[in-house]
Design a protein around this ligand. Structure first.
Ligand code: SAM
Ligand code: ZN
Length: 285
């Protein structure tokens, strides 16, 4: 959903400091359904369609974002294919489970505050905080119908459409490997976090541990192959992920901007890859 109350908190994703002006709207009481958001500084216009503001600066994305656009199209096609074929083995084996979200919510120790979920998908993570005074906001370049139930904008991690020092916590669930530019995501996250705010990430990593190492490695490989197969069948040029992380490369990717304060690993099923959980705080400058 997108309401007028959200507007003072939002900024032009290109200029990052400029407030947005709301033009020509149609609303249904509280929610804005159609309209335009205008940045007076850079003259950019962002449409609001079907209750969703599109704050991805599409025309300003540098050329190297072409691969990401292909990737996103492949991801969307795969998601639709799964929705149409819930009973297929490939859907079941690659399903992203809700219990992982609960475990991750416990890890973050978020009790209250304003939380931004980057790459939120259907925003299911908000349900983990239903009994707590948490203001949940989500952004994702692919809007889903579920987004009408929470504060949502179509946006990318690299160009966040929010004012500085707005969120106590930023969370990223299984979305880091979809970002085009991890460096820009780090800079934007530091900008929108309050002083003392935290970033929490859960990311599947290509590390194999434990007594069933070889079997698990093989199962992980099969699962990966099935996802790759599904993606490339639907969209030939699309990489499944923009980056494949292992524990070390995940730690390194953000090392310049963040310092890790908590870290843990979790695997739901014997054949699942490990999920790495990290909580980080911005490095003091
Ligand atoms: C595997 S899904 C995870 C969705 C959700 N976090 C969850 O756990 O159910 C990855 C999400 O990242 C989003 N995404 C892709 N590129 C992104 C970007 N540059 N910035 C933010 N999100 C992005 C995709 O649209 C997708 O919804
Ligand atoms: Zn602007």
């Amino acid at each position: 959903m997108f309401t007028e109350e959200m507007l003072p908190e939002m900024r032009c994703p290109k200029c990052s400091t400029e407030s947005l002006e709301l033009l020509a709207t149609e609303n249904n009481g509280t929610n804005i359904i159609t309209g335009t958001l205008l940045c007076a500084r850079c003259d950019s216009e962002f449409p609001i369609l079907g209750g969703v503001p599109d704050l991805v600066p599409w025309s300003a994305l540098p050329d190297e974002w072409q691969l990401w656009s292909d990737h996103l199209a492949g991801f969307e096609a795969r998601r639709k294919w799964r929705n149409r074929h819930p009973d297929k083995f490939a859907t079941k084996i690659t399903h992203h489970s809700g219990s992982l979200q609960k475990a991750f919510a416990g890890f973050t120790k978020i009790e209250k505050g304003a939380v931004l979920d980057i790459g939120c998908g259907p925003g299911n993570f908000r349900n983990c905080f239903a009994d707590r005074p948490v203001d949940y906001w989500g952004v994702d370049p692919l809007p889903l119908p579920e987004s009408e139930h929470f504060r949502f904008a179509r946006a990318v991690a690299e160009y966040l459409p929010f004012r500085e020092h707005m969120f106590t916590d930023v969370v990223v669930l299984a979305a880091m490997d979809h970002f085009q530019n991890v460096e820009a995501f780090c800079e934007e996250t530091v900008r929108v976090l309050v002083p003392g705010g935290r970033l929490h990430i859960v990311q599947s990593v290509h590390d194999v541990h434990g007594p069933v190492t070889a079997v698990k490695a093989a199962a992980h490989w099969v699962k990966d192959r099935m996802e790759t197969e599904a993606t490339t069948t639907l969209n030939k040029t699309a990489p499944k992920h923009m980056t494949e992380f292992d524990g070390n490369s995940l730690r390194h990717a953000m090392d310049l901007h963040f310092e890790i304060t908590e870290e843990s690993k979790y695997s739901k099923r014997w054949y699942s890859p490990n999920n790495m959980y990290v909580t980080m705080v911005p490095r003091s400058r």
